[in-house]
Design a binder for this molecule. Structure first.
Ligand SMILES: *[C@@H]1O[C@H](CO)[C@@H](O)[C@H](O)[C@H]1NC(C)=O
Ligand SMILES: *[C@@H]1O[C@H](CO)[C@@H](O)[C@H](O)[C@H]1NC(C)=O
Ligand SMILES: CC(=O)N[C@H]1CO[C@H](CO)[C@@H](O)[C@@H]1O
Ligand SMILES: [Ca+2]
Ligand SMILES: [Ca+2]
Length: 580
């Protein structure tokens, strides 16, 4: 009898294998809200905090775990909130601190984490620090990067070097008051803070502490690689300030320490996610090391920067595999398809690929990141020169603004077919609503039999599956234009994703490149342009796939080994009950 009990407990252990704990952020979908364009609650044509609070239910509905808000702080809006004049206050355009507290409270009820945008590289030139620094106030004189410039042989004073701003034009502007140049890697209204000044470092740490104490769950850090720029006296052949300086990585480690302290204090991980463009190695540095962790994750922009509509399946698999190979040492992967600086997915590629690309962002290992509107496949909006608001577009001038402006991907969220797409009660909105809103809107997609919204919801639901959360991934090109990958975990369902990126119907042998795939695969989720039905079984060795068609297949066959021990368990329990 003793042997029997031993057997029972042994089987129980096998059936409920302990697994490494995953923290909330590691399996989450993060959703970026561009607050100006999400929902306008008071009819002034600009989105606001109350509007976001009204729509939290939508985020809950689509399975979002964390929402990050682009800047909502006091700002003259020269760069739409990325020029902050008070890091610890809400801009009146977005509402009040009370509105923000309400948003936090409501988000907690929905179990949605709130992440704020931390913009450390620069402030607004209207920030009191800059105003005082420009007046050479002793307490603030070194808060920004000031320089006398160079004096030419004929006596003319010129900029210290030839660094150009990210938005175009020189990165130095002469300040008549202080009679010196100041550095601005972005707009002249965004002077760079001087991170070699310990007072600045401390003041910005206080900003983090302030919001963490208010109850936010983390930060997304803006333009990290630009923090430090190193020596200023360089020759004129250097046209941009150096990025990814060692001191920058070190600063991130210091911020992480604050996050970890507050995580302990409040009992729940406060997450640090970093915006950094650069080479794979530059980016990996931002994870830090196990003994000196940096960000919880730097955003992975490879699907934006290294892939476009002309990319082959091989290009995709190379980019994805190269990234995944770096996910060692406990790093968590993440996939970003878009943000308010990059054209809409439907426009960068084609609308028919929206579902297939969402399969990538949400079924590859790690975190999925969604820019608001991508869950319904919003498209770029045409903007006239008169409607252009983005400084990057305006700087490019009336001939070239369309190539430079980021307004196309920033237009209001399309909720329904009413006035201004349900974004605002006003007919005039800060950027025009895309005229396609009459058909392309959330309400219509909820009502439709098939829609991007419905596919998206299925994906976030599937993300709760253990295979998707912790399974292995195998990514391969199945042909020139057909991409495939599998997700597998012992004793759990296997998933197989196949996407035809091309314009031709193809018949592919999925098993040739992905040998773990069984002969018969059952359709689990489909892109909306597929004529198939979920639940149908297809042959993996000769899979016919239409242009832009995308499938998620399931092989529940793999769970057999799971069923066995549990049924064995039941048998043993029955045996014990009957005979003992
Ligand atoms: C001095 O030289 C610079 C560069 O050659 C030129 O642009 C500038 O106009 C000159 N200034 C005067 C006052 O001659
Ligand atoms: C930044 O601040 C440090 C410390 O106050 C100071 O030594 C340095 O000159 C400043 N750097 C610039 C470029 O202003
Ligand atoms: C994606 C993103 O947040 N981009 C921002 C990076 O930083 C600059 C300057 O703060 C902003 O203009 C971008 O919008
Ligand atoms: Ca408003
Ligand atoms: Ca800087």
């Amino acid at each position: 009898m003793r042997t029997l009990w031993c057997l029972v407990s042994l089987v129980t252990i096998v059936a409920a294998q302990p697994r490494a704990e995953l923290d909330w952020w590691q399996t989450a979908v993060f959703y970026q809200i561009y607050p100006r364009s999400f929902r306008d609650s008071d009819g002034d044509g600009i989105g606001d905090l109350k509007g976001i609070t009204e729509k939290l239910e939508h985020l809950k509905d689509i399975g979002v775990g964390g929402v990050w808000l682009s800047p909502i702080f006091k700002s003259p809006m020269a760069d739409f909130g990325y020029d902050i004049s008070d890091f610890q206050n809400i801009d009146a355009m977005f509402g009040t601190m009370e509105d923000f507290d309400n948003l936090l409270e409501k988000a907690k009820e929905f179990d949605i984490k709130v992440i704020l945008d931390f913009v450390p590289n620069h402030s607004s030139d209207e920030h009191e620090w800059f105003v005082k620094s420009a007046q050479n106030d002793v307490d603030y004189s070194d808060f920004y990067v000031w320089h006398d410039g160079k004096v030419l042989t004929n006596g003319t004073r010129v900029r210290p070097n030839n660094w150009q701003s990210v938005f175009g034009g020189p990165a130095w502007t002469f300040h008549g008051g202080r009679q010196q140049y100041y550095l601005h890697q972005f707009d002249p209204k965004q002077p760079d803070l001087n991170y070699s000044n310990p007072l600045v470092v401390e003041a910005m740490k206080d900003v983090l502490r302030f919001w963490l104490d208010k109850g936010v769950d983390g930060f997304r850090v803006d333009a990290v690689p630009h923090l430090f720029e190193g020596p200023i006296d360089v020759d004129d052949s250097v046209t941009s300030a150096p990025q990814h300086r060692p001191e920058t990585y070190e600063m991130v480690v210091q911020w992480r320490k604050i996050m970890d302290e507050k995580s302990v204090q409040y009992g729940g991980t406060k997450v640090l996610m970093l915006e950094a463009y650069g080479s794979v190695d530059d980016i990996m540095g931002y994870y830090g090391t196990p003994s000196a962790p940096g960000g919880h994750f730097p955003f992975n922009f490879r699907l934006i920067s290294d892939i476009d509509k002309s990319s082959s399946a091989e290009d995709f698999s190379t980019v994805i595999n190269e990234y995944l190979e770096h996910m060692t040492d406990g790093r968590t992967a993440n996939w970003v398809l878009g943000n308010h600086d990059k054209h809409r997915v439907a426009s960068r590629f084609v609308p028919e690929l929206v579902d297939g690309l969402n399969f990538l962002a949400h079924l590859l290992p790690g975190i999925g990141v969604t820019y608001n509107g991508e869950e319904i496949g919003m498209e770029n909006t045409f903007i006239t020169w008169e409607q252009c608001r983005d400084p990057q577009g305006i700087n490019a001038g009336p001939e070239h603004y369309l190539e430079a402006t980021r307004d196309l991907e920033r237009t209001p969220f399309q909720w329904d077919s009413s006035t201004s797409a349900g974004f605002s009660s006003s007919e005039s909105t800060w950027l025009p609503v895309n005229p396609n809103y009459v058909e392309l809107n959330l309400e219509a997609q909820k009502a439709a039999e098939k829609s991007h919204y419905k596919v998206y919801k299925q994906l976030t639901e599937l993300r709760k599956n253990p295979t998707i959360q912790r399974g292995g991934a195998h990514v391969a090109a199945l042909s020139q234009n057909v991409l495939g990958f599998t997700r597998t975990l012992p004793d759990e369902d296997t998933y197989v994703v196949v996407i035809n990126l091309g314009d031709e119907m193809e018949v592919v042998d999925v098993k040739k490149a992905l040998s773990e795939v069984p002969d018969k695969i059952k359709i689990h989720i489909l892109g909306i342009n597929s004529r198939h039905m979920a639940g149908h079984t297809l042959s993996s060795s000769s899979l016919e796939i239409q242009p832009k068609e995308a499938f998620v297949f399931i092989d529940p066959g793999n769970s057999v080994s799971m069923i066995l021990p549990s049924s064995l368990f039941v048998l043993i329990v029955q045996f014990v009950i009957r005979y003992v």
